[in-house]
Design a binder for this molecule. Structure first.
Ligand SMILES: Nc1ncnc2c1ncn2[C@@H]1O[C@H](COP(=O)(O)OP(=O)(O)OP(=O)(O)O)[C@@H](O)[C@H]1O
Length: 645
């Protein structure tokens, strides 16, 4: 379903909350900057006979104590007021918005340094600084406004930072990063449009605030020097003559109040309108809340595992050798994946399968250089195209992601920025990787859509993510991922959110693309059907470890590890109608609570005494079999223990 695109201005002016304050402010701006042409009298022209008179046909807003026309003086004073507001607020925005974006998106040390600087600026006593500056610069309001602008930077920066932190966690922003976009482009294209509303509201508040400060300074005679007109100075005059005429306070004070209110209401209205542009189409990421309850990390040294088979892929594009990822938690440093080895060769698909929380995504993220904050590869090596990427900084990773290595996630819709059309998203992806003319970019975008076999590409290019189905969105996100002609694609549960027919189509599509391009594919899934259909090799993970690996057919038809057997038996698609789906009793132990021996021991029906005594090595009993189980290749015999159900 497509919604008609009404131009921004027409939509804005159709809303009273924007129209009314906008009209007030535009009238004030015209009257102020056109005062020399429009004002009925010069600002200093006095008519003593009419001093302190109320509104009349001659003086629409009355006169002051010298008989000067109030309307004319308000008009002449307005230009300075608006100029002052503009100086202060522009300075705040120009400094605070980029810094807030960098702090929120880069995080880490950059964030810490910027926030400490903000704290320092916030601790400066503003009024005292303002008075010093006014004294030093002979009451220059420009200097005062520069100071106000600078002092407002930390507040605005914090607002922008926390909004960027939130938007930065959205999957489409992560996807944009994975596709190789740098922090600035991610900020400009994907984060800034989402937080513009918030910035507008805060800018409007800053305008109102500056207006009141400027009026206050003028009122106490520190700014514009009389007899030159200023809104604040006129308010002060009105206050001094209150006992002679109440009227004078109404147009002067009223104008300041109405202007401040108009600015605030306009900001609110614009924010609401911008928010509606993406609300309903943006899907809050169903972020997985990972919580590691750390216990004492096992101190028993792990035995040497036999990883040779895992690494023996022909023409490997990626290779993880004994990779351990640890994360800082409130209970100290815990392992999230332990000693994981795998390789994916050109044109081959390796599947990672296991229950939720086994470390499949962590393995993929280690390969993409996108581990969450606080997590790191603490040992082992990650090689991409034969290069050890362990020492890569953000710049080199960026060059790699999207080009050599790409990513698609389980929620395609949240990987696509709802503000852009599919055409814009694809063209941006193409431009990120190739220097092409406009025409060539458009052509390549169409080519990519054709490659992912989307019907009616011309129509799809004009649609926004909210206007397409989940299956189409996944095809689009695959097209975006293909824009950089990747050598390897990490697909994290790419079919989970789709219905069964569409799942099959997507898996087949990935296979076709792989056949045509020779791309290596790391497929993360908990779905045996996807693994069966897509993967040459299957790696079964349990509680951070690879517990079994082998050619997919062998793993699925003759599983070696009790966990693989249980996991296969729990495949819901094999369930008999009317009978309960078999489940594995118990839960995956979280990181930090892994037992010293076999991680699956507590849930294993075949457990023997040796399982819990010491870490279990990965062994290769013959050519195609790799498993982490003491019983592999042995008779269970008398060792079998009774395991309570
Ligand atoms: N930043 C983090 N700090 C601490 N623990 C984490 C962090 N991120 C993830 N974890 C934990 O690491 C473990 C592995 O998570 P991972 O997401 O890799 O599992 P998964 O097998 O991909 O599961 P799923 O299918 O649910 O994504 C989980 O127990 C998770 O709670």
């Amino acid at each position: 379903m497509s919604t008609p695109q009404v131009p921004f201005l027409r939509r804005a002016l159709g809303r009273p909350r924007i129209l009314v304050p906008a009209v007030i402010l535009v009238v004030e701006l015209i009257a102020s900057f056109g005062a020399s042409l429009l004002a009925p009298y010069p600002p200093q022209q006095a008519d003593f006979a009419a001093a302190l008179s109320g509104p009349s046909a001659k003086h629409l807003l009355g006169t002051d104590r010298l008989g000067r026309d109030v309307l004319s003086r308000l008009m002449y004073g307005g230009a300075d007021t608006f100029r002052e507001i503009a100086i202060a607020v522009l300075i705040t925005l120009v400094i605070a918005v980029p810094l807030g974006l960098v702090a929120g998106l880069r995080r880490g040390r950059v964030d810490a340094v910027l926030m400490r600087l903000a704290d320092v600026v916030m601790s400066i006593p503003g009024i005292i600084l303002l008075l010093i500056v006014l004294a030093l610069f002979s009451q220059s309001m420009t200097a005062a406004m520069i100071v106000i602008g600078l002092l407002s930077v930390p507040g605005m920066m914090r607002v922008v930072r926390s909004a960027s932190l939130t938007v930065g966690r959205e999957t489409y922003v992560a996807a944009a990063r994975v596709s190789g976009l740098g922090t600035w482009r991610v900020a400009r294209r994907h984060v800034l449009p989402r937080i513009t509303g918030l910035i507008l509201v805060n800018a409007a508040l800053a305008c109102a605030n500056t207006l009141l400060i400027a009026a206050g300074l003028n009122a106490i005679g520190l700014g514009v020097k009389p007899p030159a007109p200023s809104w604040g100075g006129m308010m002060a005059d009105a206050a001094q003559t209150l006992n002679q005429s109440l009227w004078l306070a109404i147009p002067t004070g009223g104008l300041v109040a109405v202007t401040a209110a108009a600015l605030i209401v306009l900001g609110d209205g614009l924010r609401d309108m911008l928010a509606e542009r993406w609300s309903g189409t943006s899907h809050t990421t169903t972020t997985r809340r990972h919580k590691a309850v750390a216990a004492a990390v096992a101190t028993v040294p792990a035995p040497q595992s036999d990883d040779a088979w895992l690494l023996a892929e022909p023409r490997p594009v990626v290779r993880l050798t004994k990779v351990t990822v640890t994360a800082e938690t409130e209970h100290g440093e815990v392992e999230l994946i332990s000693d994981v080895s795998l390789a994916v060769g050109q044109g081959r698909t390796v599947g990672l399968v296991g229950e939720s929380g086994c470390g499949k995504s962590m393995t993929g993220l280690a390969l993409l250089g996108l581990l969450p904050n606080g997590a790191r590869v603490s040992s082992g090596t990650v090689e991409i195209d034969g290069v050890d990427v362990g020492s890569f900084g953000p710049g080199r990773w960026r060059a790699l992601r999207g080009g050599t290595i790409a990513f698609i996630s389980q929620e395609p819709m949240v990987g696509l920025d709802p503000l852009f059309t599919i055409g814009q998203l694809l063209r941006e992806a193409v431009r990120t990787h190739e220097k092409l003319s406009r025409k060539e970019v458009a052509l390549r975008a169409r080519e990519l859509l054709a490659q992912v076999q989307l019907p009616d590409p011309e129509r799809v290019l004009k649609l926004r993510p909210s206007q397409i189905s989940g299956g189409m969105a996944q095809r689009v996100s695959i097209a975006v991922a293909l824009a950089g002609r990747p050598r390897v694609l990490v697909a994290d549960e790419p079919t989970t959110a789709l219905d069964v027919t569409v799942q099959r189509e997507i898996v087949q599509l990935l296979r076709t693309i792989q056949r045509d391009t020779g791309m290596a594919l790391l497929m993360i899934s908990h779905d045996w059907d996807v693994i069966a259909e897509a993967c040459d090799t299957a790696l079964v993970m349990y509680a951070g470890q690879v517990v079994e690996a082998g050619p997919t057919e062998r793993v699925m038809t003759a599983p070696l590890h009790p966990y693989t057997r249980k996991l296969l038996a729990a495949n819901p698609r094999l369930a008999t109608v009317g009978e309960p789906i078999p489940t594995i009793p118990g839960t995956v132990p979280p990181p930090g609570q892994w037992p010293v021996g076999c991680h699956f021991a507590d849930r294993c029906p075949d457990r023997v005494a040796r399982c819990t005594e010491a870490p279990i090595a990965l062994t290769q009993p013959d050519d195609q079999d790799v498993a982490r189980c003491v019983l592999v290749g042995e008779e269970l015999g008398e060792e079998l223990l009774e395991v309570s159900s």
